[in-house]
Design a protein around this ligand. Structure first.
Ligand code: SF4
Length: 354
């Protein structure tokens, strides 16, 4: 088919001016690619700029405390990406002299770099002739080549990756990959693709067959489990008790004490959470509920405020924090909402995934 020439010509005129494309470097590519997973460009830009201002190099990132990295990621979601990025920086400093390796297979060995990120960095930063298959790339390839199999099947992904790889030109491999991403984000969009504005419309199987809106196909998703939890907003009126979460959902971030609700009255759970954090006295007052749809579960959290006379002591996994000090911690948007409800508004809130 030979789509590269048309695609690159279009990309040269249509590409957006994005901070990681200005004065590019392998490190900027890595940070931007990780931030952009599951997150829109508009959301990522301010996070990327703050992150690069604080950690201008891999070495500065590798030397930073985990907590500071999490704080700068706060609100961006999918926090494992932040922990892995820092771990990757440490590994690059220790094993590669502080410079990201150019080889895709070696990049794959770094913490948190899956096939997509390794291929994206290898091609965009080092010009490797490889295809980075993410959701955008899979959608564009499935439509271009009229692939009707479910794109979440490994065999289909392998086929789409092979089809994409065959199109990557020997020169400008990185631009080719970025052009596919750009096309998927701005023209060949999940709903209502703008085929009239597409540089590849004459080459596109789905456009010829009139099937663009039906592709790509996916296997039926299993419904997310619905989980009920209780959050205890323990406060002395000025500060709020925050705990650092261990493994599992939002691991490593700071949040209100929280527990799954199972056959025990919610206010009892809230009182138990406070007692386990060393807080005594204070009657739980129900403030409302927050619903938040995470990727793998649909959580409704009942929030209780427990007013105490005096804040207790902090520790490695426990702190008393003023609401305005939350930005210093790694705090998810879910936690921001539970704190706001615990301290302020009584209204129940239904929040979608951020
Ligand atoms: Fe996507 Fe339409 Fe372009 Fe085909 S012609 S790649 S379906 S935007």
């Amino acid at each position: 088919m030979g789509i590269a020439r048309k695609l690159l010509r279009w990309y040269d005129g249509a590409k957006r001016d994005l901070p990681w494309r200005r004065d590019p470097s392998p490190y900027k590519t890595l940070v931007s690619e990780l931030m952009l997973q599951q997150t829109t460009v508009g959301t990522v830009i301010p996070y990327f700029e703050r992150f690069l201002a604080r950690f201008p190099t891999l070495a500065s990132l590798g030397a930073a405390p985990d907590e500071e990295v999490m704080a700068l990621w706060s609100g961006l979601g999918y926090y494992a990406r932040a922990r892995n990025l820092r771990r990757a920086a440490v590994a690059v400093v220790a094993g590669h002299g502080g410079a990201l390796p150019a080889d895709e297979a070696v990049l794959r060995e770094l913490p948190g770099l899956g096939p997509y990120t390794a291929a994206a960095v290898a091609s965009i930063a080092f010009g490797a002739r490889t295809f980075a298959l993410d959701g955008n790339g899979a959608r564009v390839m499935a439509r271009l080549f009229g692939v009707g199999d479910s794109i979440d099947r490994p065999a289909t992904k392998a086929r789409l990756r092979a089809l994409g790889t065959a199109e990557v030109p020997a020169s400008r491999a990185g631009d080719f990959n970025q052009a596919i991403m750009e096309l998927g984000a701005t023209v060949c969009t999940p709903r209502n693709p703008r085929c009239q504005a597409c540089p590849l419309s004459a080459d596109c199987r789905a456009q010829a067959d009139g099937t663009a809106s039906q592709l790509p196909r996916r296997s039926e998703k299993r419904a997310r489990p619905i989980v009920q939890t209780v959050c205890a907003c323990v406060t002395d009126g000025a500060r709020v008790l925050m705990i650092r979460r261990g493994k599992g959902l939002l691991a490593g971030t700071w949040s209100l004490p929280e527990r799954t609700l199972e056959r025990v009255a919610a206010d009892r759970v809230a009182a138990d959470l406070a007692a386990e954090a060393g807080v005594t006295g204070g009657k739980p007052q129900r403030r409302g509920a927050i619903r938040h749809v995470f990727t793998h579960r649909d959580v409704t959290a009942e929030v209780f405020r427990i007013r105490v006379d005096r804040a207790g002591r902090g520790g490695a996994t426990q702190r008393w924090v003023a609401p305005e000090g939350m930005t210093e911690l790694g705090v998810s948007s879910f936690t921001r909402k539970t704190v706001a409800l615990g301290l302020g508004s009584k209204r129940d809130n239904v929040a979608r995934r951020s």
